[in-house]
Design a binder for this molecule. Sequence first.
Ligand SMILES: *[C@@H]1O[C@H](CO)[C@@H](O)[C@H](O)[C@H]1NC(C)=O
Ligand SMILES: *[C@@H]1O[C@H](CO)[C@@H](O)[C@H](O)[C@H]1NC(C)=O
Length: 237
Amino acid sequence: MRRRLTPPFFCLFFKLVDALSCSTTTGGSCCSPTNGIVLLSQQWYEGLGPSDYFTMHGLWPNMCNGGRTPKKGCDPSRRYGNLDPILRRNQSLYDDMSTYWPSFNGEDRNAEFWSHEWITHGTCITTLERQCFSNFQEYQDLFTYFNTALELYQQYNLYAVLSDANIIPGGSYSLDQFESAVRAYTGFMPLITCKEGSKLDEIRIYFKVRNGNHYEPINSTARSSCSRTRRIEYPVK
Ligand SMILES: *[C@@H]1O[C@H](CO)[C@@H](O)[C@H](O)[C@H]1NC(C)=O
Ligand SMILES: *[C@@H]1O[C@H](CO)[C@@H](O)[C@H](O)[C@H]1NC(C)=O
């Protein structure tokens, strides 16, 4: 029988060296996400969610070369089916997700949206694989994914960040103004995306992960889809 070091013990060594994802010393998939550039994507969608909050789109691990993980996700064995009854086991998480992570297809499609985010992106976060938990409880990977995503969402409250820079719904602002406002908070360049020409769509913050679970902002690795010369509309919702 092959003896294995259990992941938490194994990772302890790497914690001591303070390893950042996408570096050579990160110690393997349980200690640090192998797809080590992680995006927090928040959307501004008229009619969706509270009027003074962006809503969550997702927490997306990208590969270290900036490429995307497979469209079908990374682990078909962890497609958990209908997430609605599962997530209701934590009512406070379920309520937060219903408020801040709604589907633009309507409330009855929320669980389908969450399931898509979990299968496509959550299963590609290697630190959430079952063997990475010392005493894995059913759905612990799933709950950890959604709880982590919502903690980051609360920490990077983009409505508040923008309003601190006097960027308020109902106005239009340059791409540079949006980028500067977010940089003033995170220290790094976000990705701003536009729809319908020059309407604000999403703001994405890029991270590397230190010691498996500490998210540190980095510069965006992609180009904005918004015009640098036209003003971007930030509609009231
Ligand atoms: C339930 O979700 C909340 C977040 O809404 C989280 O703080 C808490 O740790 C979760 N409880 C369990 C048992 O996972
Ligand atoms: C991040 O981007 C800003 C603006 O483009 C640049 O000035 C800065 O040097 C970049 N930081 C790093 C660490 O690459």
